[in-house]
Design a protein around this ligand. Structure first.
Ligand SMILES: [Zn+2]
Length: 71
């Protein structure tokens, strides 16, 4: 995946702690499985540019798709 220049989660706009710009170690986002339905929530302009943060993935997995609301 191309390195992101945007350190913010596109869903909650918190710092996503993505490490794709850190070439010394792989980012957690390359290991974590991001639900397809969650990726669908990323605005088209942001897709492939910024990582969804771990908090949003965890929240999504906890509450399920129906009740999920991006903050
Ligand atoms: Zn987030």
């Amino acid at each position: 995946m191309q390195a992101s220049n945007q350190p913010y989660c596109p869903l909650c706009t918190s710092i996503n702690l993505c490490g794709v710009n850190d070439t010394t170690k792989p980012c957690w986002c390359t290991l974590e499985k991001v639900p397809e339905a969650l990726i669908q929530r990323v605005p088209d302009a942001e897709k492939g540019k910024s990582c969804i943060c771990q908090a949003c993935i965890k929240k999504f997995n906890l509450v399920g798709e129906d009740n999920f609301t991006a903050l």
